[in-house]
Ligand binder design. Structure first.
Ligand SMILES: NC(=O)c1ccc[n+]([C@@H]2O[C@H](COP(=O)([O-])OP(=O)(O)OC[C@H]3O[C@@H](n4cnc5c(N)ncnc54)[C@H](OP(=O)(O)O)[C@@H]3O)[C@@H](O)[C@H]2O)c1
Length: 280
């Protein structure tokens, strides 16, 4: 049995689907029974990673765990899952981390994930770390501005990110969780190219066949917007620092998706074509 945490989220739902397709026995963890819309074969565990006493039933009979925590909860969530996994006799942990952990990027998200990685690596359980770049699905944050006024308001319009399609992260996770030979390895995951926000906006504009303006915000304006949307302050600072990092580390493209899945990583154009309706 494979337990998937973060199963209702942007990446976890693809992990669950790909594991089912691979014929694995899957249990999906969520705090909310109402959010559990999975294939009928999927076992659902209702638990809260912040409440360790709820975890033992979720881990009963589990051999491998896919670990995904909201960035700023990674240290606490990873520690709680590791303890519960040790007690349950789990034999493989696969943690979603971030691309910044490859070379100790100076942002807080990387620090949180490095702390989580440490807990996993020191657990005594076999481990694999997945280090994705920015998710293509973050582009959904722009739907409101694009549909409403035809404008995307963002800071740092010229910084390149090697975006990755969450479906490819799901495919890689399914390979790592159902085949041998991935223990003790860290896999950076990106798509085939690095794009700036301005280039993504131009692609959306061309695909929709109407002009979309990119309006560059100052970091303070972006911060005020995110506060208004209710994002936690510590997360805003951390994301700001990733977006402002033009060292080039976030723009490196890696061949890992194709090496592990046997097919090329999806491009942003493919992601957009498959999700264009959301922007109309
Ligand atoms: N977005 C990016 O560009 C990017 C890039 C690289 C790495 N990452 C990493 O990817 C992760 C975020 O992935 P995502 O976007 O798929 O997440 P997401 O869509 O925001 O979903 C978060 C998931 O966490 C679960 N969760 C939250 N608190 C929980 C708790 N106390 N107990 C149990 N489950 C809890 C939620 O489940 P329920 O609500 O159903 O309980 C939900 O399934 C972060 O670690 C981030 O650093 C993100």
């Amino acid at each position: 049995m494979i337990l998937v945490t973060g199963a209702t989220g942007a990446v976890g739902n693809h992990v669950v689907a790909q594991l089912v397709e691979a014929g694995a026995k899957v249990r999906a963890l969520t705090r909310s029974p109402g959010k559990a819309r999975f294939d009928p074969q999927v076992d659902v565990a209702i638990a809260d990673v912040d409440k360790p006493e709820t975890l033992p039933p979720a881990l009963e009979g589990v051999e491998r765990v896919f670990m995904l925590a909201p960035s700023h909860h990674a240290p606490a969530h990873d520690a709680n899952i590791v303890k519960a996994a040790q007690a349950a006799g789990v034999r493989h942990l696969v943690k979603i981390s971030g691309l910044g952990t490859i070379d100790d990027a100076p942002d807080a998200i990387t620090r949180w994930h490095l702390e989580g990685e440490r807990a996993v690596k020191e657990s005594g359980i076999a481990w694999t770390i997945l280090q994705p770049g920015e998710f293509m699905s973050n582009t959904f944050y722009w739907t409101y501005g694009i549909k409403g006024e035809g404008v995307v308001r963002e800071p740092h319009g010229d910084t390149r990110q090697a975006l990755v399609d969450p479906r490819d992260i799901g495919s890689v996770a399914a390979v790592v969780l159902t085949t041998e030979g991935h223990e003790g390895k860290s896999y950076p995951l990106t798509g085939p190219e690095a794009l700036t926000p301005k280039e993504r906006v131009a692609k959306i504009s061309a695909a929709l066949g109407r002009p979309i303006e990119f309006a560059q915000l100052t970091p303070q304006q972006a911060r005020d917007n995110w506060v208004m949307l209710g994002a936690p302050e510590e997360l805003i600072d951390a994301v700001q620092s990733v977006l402002a990092d033009d060292s080039g580390r976030w723009a490196r493209v890696y061949p890992t998706v194709e090496q592990l899945t046997g097919r090329p990583a999806r491009s942003f154009d493919q992601w957009l074509a498959d999700h264009l309706e959301a922007f109309r």
